[in-house]
Each structure stands twice: as C-alpha cells, then as structure tokens.
Design a protein around this ligand. Structure first.
Ligand code: ADP
Ligand code: MG
Length: 453
C-alpha cells in the first residue's frame, strides 16, 4: 500500500515541522565498553567476544575509562554540562542480537546534558540545534536475515547472529525538539548529522564511517498547525545511516503526515523504517509508555568524573570543524568569529568587547548586517570598549576557576538586555521577554558563541 503524499511545498506552507534526532556513534576504543574483547570491525563472526559481551551467568562488566573520556569529549564539544556523577542503567528487552536480554545504557542520569550545536546549511545560513543529552551505552550484536529480499526479515528462512558488535561503546546524542526549521527541515536534519560526523572525527573518538554504521540516526518528525500549537504526534524512523537518507526521511514524513492531517486523519505514533527509495514504511506502534523496566545497573559503580579531569579533557579538545568554518582559527587576530544572536530577541546586541587570544590582546566588535542584523563579528584589533559587564561576578569566577586571565572574555549588553549565568551558560534576557543563551567559552579552543532560544 503506497502512502498518500502532499506536495512538499504545500505541506510546509500548511504545517510546521518539528524534528527530533537521536544519533548513535560507535566509539573507536581498543576494547569494548564493559569488557576486554577487542573493538574491531569485520572480524570473523563471534570471535571478538568474552563471557561479558554476551552476558553469560557470573560474567561481570567493568567500565572502559577511555569510553568515558570520549563521551566527555563529545559532551564538551556540544557545549553540554558534564555530570558530577552518573550511573548506568539496565534497559530490559528481548531481541536475539542482545544475548544478555538488557542493554547497559543510561536513563535519567546521562553523562552530559543541556548543550547546543550550531550548524551551517548549504545556503550559508546557520541553525542552532538544542541538545538535550548525550549518554553512554553499548551496541547490540548484528542479525543477518537470510533468504528474504534485501536482507530484511520478511520472507527470510533463517537468521544469523554475530555478537562481535555486542558491547561496542556507543554515545547517543538526543536533541530537544528542533523547532523553526520550516521548509529547511530535511536539510537541517542532514546538516546536523554531517556536522556531528565531522566533530566525531575531529575529536578522534570515532572513525565515524557511515557505511559501517558507526553513525546512525533515529529521525523523529511531527507536524503541527502552527509554531504556537502544541507538538504533534511524531513518528520515529530508525537507524538511518546516510545523509541523503536522513533528508529523504524527513521530507517523506512531512509529505505523508501532511496528507493524513489534511484528510482529517491522525498520525500514529510508531517506529518506521527508511527504504532504499526514500520512503518510509511502518514498523511497530510505539507509545511513550514503552516499558524497558530501567533500573540502575547493580554490577557497575557510578561514574564520577573529577572536575580536574573534565577540565583537562576540555583543554585538550582540538579545534572544532564548525569553528574553522566560521573562521575561528587559533589566531583571533586574523580571523573573525561569528556570534549569532537570536531573532526572537529583538534589539539584542551582545558585544564582545574583549576576547583574548592571549593575555593582553584586545579585540573589538564589528557589526555585520548579515542575517537580519543578528551577526556580530569579533575581529582582532584595538578594544573598542572596555566597559564589559559581568553582573553577578560569575563570569570572572568561572574564568578564574579555569585559570584563564580574568579579562579573557567580557560582554557588554545593550538595550536593557541582561546577562545571567544559569546552568553553566550565560542567558541574555531581552527586554521583550525574549531569551537567548550564550555558551561560555571553554578552554583555549572555543571560539564560537552560540545563541538559541
Ligand atoms: P524515544 O525513547 O521514544 O526514542 P527519546 O526521548 O529518546 O524518545 O527521543 C525522542 C526524540 O524526539 C528526541 O530528540 C525528542 O526531542 C524528539 N521529540 C519529542 N517529541 C517530539 C515531537 N512531538 N515531534 C518531533 N520530535 C519530538
Ligand atoms: Mg529513541
């Protein structure tokens, strides 16, 4: 049965798409997340396993410190806060590729949460993706279905299971609902995952080879009548591992859901599967009450990364690909850094009056009338204004905690906009009740200030 589709342009005229992306990345550690089996791709099936990989009775897991370090690197690169302490949890379900009958994951205590990533679209515009969390977990084994078409389970006569992948470290990055993408939603989804892929590589945490399934996205899409309406019912298309596939899935779901809504129907909350032809096909019906009977993993102690370690990891982060793109090279004297404001906050002028590449190096701000006057550029040169404000002294405190010179970064905010520190981020509260957040620069490398709602 083929789906009825609405023309894409009409669909995005009539409805407001909202996205949610859950991206899994396999970490390139030498061994698995909870045991010493080698983490390698393409070995003879079932040769890279220990009793722990397959959960044999009595086998005990141990956390891979490098896996935790990589997860922290990812969290920091996405501007997240790193938990002072977090635990693993058992996510219980049965599937043949999961011999233990539970996946060791994290539920309400992720290692990283509350971040943002700015991405650049093909047309040169920027879009900020709000990140809810990044948590650690393990991959499952791999089923291969024999005898059916396209390796799918339908029509297969039997299936083979390879547990080499069971226990390979994963980080799952979950966005908050991504609003405001409109007609660009398909592009935004693909550009986000592409940017993540580039970041994983730059961080050295994964080869991030899409064709090997190192990076896989679950793509959630819903529509609503207007941007003020409550969120609509979403579908989740699982395990899409090409950028083109991601774009196609978003486009298709927008067109399919729009046709359903326009005909007075209701979108069913379900898992769907992307097809080679760019369509999606229904899988199981899914409810928010899916019960995985999560409970804290009793065989593992909590992970409590010391602040020193986190700061050390932060200091060691490489230049982010997005920053190079923005011209945020190591040397701020020569290269501008874009600061994106939030269109919702009218009249917001965050002035970075001093941003030092090295102690004593002043930088001044140049307004550039790009993107509705929302871009400011920071350029090297004489400081234009030294009247930076730091209302609560928080910036100075954080800066000195990091051992950076106090004048590392100072803001001045005009038009009655106030800067407040909350949740590790600077929030600029606009006079119109608008809301903007500015990520605090971390270490030597953060050259990019992010604004979003
Ligand atoms: P699940 O366990 O069902 O996968 P998660 O909370 O892990 O749920 O992920 C759901 C993803 O979908 C998140 O990125 C979330 O922000 C997003 N999301 C939630 N509600 C909606 C919605 N109505 N429309 C689009 N995306 C949504
Ligand atoms: Mg999910």
């Amino acid at each position: 049965m083929s789906d009825t589709l609405m023309d894409f342009d009409e669909a995005v005229r009539r409805y407001d798409p909202v996205l949610g992306l859950e991206v899994h990345v396999e970490l390139g550690t030498a061994t698995k997340m909870f045991d010493a089996a080698p983490n390698v791709f393409g070995a003879q099936p079932n040769t890279m396993v220990t009793p722990t990989s397959v959960g044999l009775p009595g086998a005990l897991p141990v956390v891979n410190a490098r896996g935790v370090e990589y997860a922290i690197r990812i969290g920091l690169a996405l501007g997240c806060e790193i938990a002072e302490s977090c635990r693993f949890a058992r996510k219980n379900y049965f599937y043949p590729d999961l011999a233990k009958d539970f996946q060791t994951s994290q539920s309400d205590e992720p290692i990283a949460h509350n971040g943002a990533l700015e991405i650049e679209l093909e047309d040169g515009s920027f879009f900020t993706i709000p990140i809810e969390r990044a948590h650690m977990e393990e991959d499952a084994g791999k089923n291969t279905h024999i005898g059916g078409a396209d390796g799918r389970i339908e029509g297969a006569s039997h299936s083979l299971v390879d547990y080499n992948r069971a226990g390979v470290p994963l980080v799952e990055i979950v966005t908050r609902p991504i609003e405001g993408a409109g007609a660009k939603a398909p592009q935004v989804a693909a550009a986000y995952v592409r940017t993540l892929r580039d970041i994983f590589r730059a961080l050295g945490v994964s080869e991030a080879r899409m064709e090997r399934g190192n990076v896989r996205a679950d793509v959630n899409v819903s529509l609503r009548e207007s941007p003020d309406a409550p969120l609509g019912t979403r579908t989740e298309t699982k395990n899409v591992n090409t950028f083109r596939g991601i774009e196609q899935v978003v486009r298709y779901e927008i067109q399919r859901q729009a046709a359903i809504l326009a005909a007075g129907g209701e979108v069913i909350q379900e898992t769907r599967h992307g097809q080679a032809d760019g369509t999606t096909r229904a899988g199981r019906v899914k409810s928010d009450a899916d019960d995985y009977r999560y409970f804290p993993e009793p065989d593992l102690v909590p992970v409590a990364p010391s602040r020193e370690w986190v700061e050390q990891i932060r200091e060691g982060l490489p230049e982010m690909p997005g920053n190079e793109r923005l011209g945020g090279h190591r040397d701020l004297h020569e290269h501008p850094v874009a600061v994106q404001g939030e269109p919702a906050v009218t009249g917001l002028h965050v002035q970075v009056v001093e941003h030092l590449a090295g102690p004593g190096t002043p930088v001044h701000v140049v307004h550039e009338n790009r993107e509705q006057d929302q871009f400011l550029e920071v350029r090297g040169g004489a400081a234009e204004n030294h009247g930076g404000t730091d209302p609560d002294g928080n910036l100075a405190r954080r800066v000195s905690q990091r051992g950076m010179p106090e004048h590392f970064l100072q803001f001045r905010v005009d038009d009655g906009v106030e800067l407040r520190l909350a949740g590790g981020k600077y929030h600029a509260v606009g006079p119109g009740g608008g809301f903007d957040r500015v990520a605090l620069p971390g270490g030597q490398q953060l050259r990019q200030l992010i604004g979003f709602q």
